[in-house]
Design a protein around this ligand. Structure first.
Ligand SMILES: [Ca+2]
Length: 182
């Protein structure tokens, strides 16, 4: 009975010659709605991942600044006396963990790359930066726009390791550098 009603409604049975224009229009509208829902879902996932990455990047930076405030030098600044430049990434993480400012899994981010600390890198040799590997170019671009000048090869946020600005595919992985204390 139910099947008969559906066939009748769509005018689609053995004797039918095909879909009418209205039926096709309905089908297209339904496909459109479904596609829209899928795309919105993908946008939500992308946006959530970017937010997660950005908040972790900020957490890692604020861990260093809190450490500086608490201990009087950056974690991983092993020079004696300290010179304000992070020179040992592994020690930096150990010292931050010891102060319970980060957990071991904070080294890894949502795009499956890792964070590291590096001081004295060109062109801002008197400052420190956080490096993040495997960051999609669209995320790097978005973060550069949010907290810097939006340009890959200038300012305190730079990306695509040494070959700035060459990323044409937004899903290409770049290495992001953020001079967080400059
Ligand atoms: Ca920039």
């Amino acid at each position: 009975m139910k099947r008969k009603i559906v066939c009748f409604a769509l005018n689609f049975n053995k004797e039918s010659k095909g879909f009418t224009l209205i039926e096709l229009a309905i089908v297209l509208v339904i496909i459109g709605i479904l596609m829209g829902a899928i795309l919105r879902g993908q946008e939500l996932i992308k946006s959530a991942k970017e937010k997660n990455f950005f908040s972790k990047l900020q957490l890692v930076a604020s861990a260093q600044l809190t450490y500086l405030d608490r201990i009087g030098r950056y974690a991983g600044d092993t020079t004696n006396p300290p010179d304000g430049i992070i020179d040992d990434n592994a020690t930096a993480w150990q010292e931050l963990e010891k102060q319970q400012l980060v957990h071991d899994n904070d080294k890894r981010h949502v795009f499956n790359g890792i964070f590291s600390f590096e001081g004295g890198a060109s062109p801002y040799t008197n400052y420190n930066r956080i490096n993040a590997t495997r960051v999609p170019a669209w995320v790097a671009q978005s973060i550069d726009t949010k907290i810097d000048d939006g340009v890959a090869n200038t300012g305190n946020v730079r990306w695509d390791g040494g070959n700035y600005g060459s990323v044409s595919d937004p899903n290409n992985a770049a290495t992001l550098h953020w001079w967080f204390d400059r």
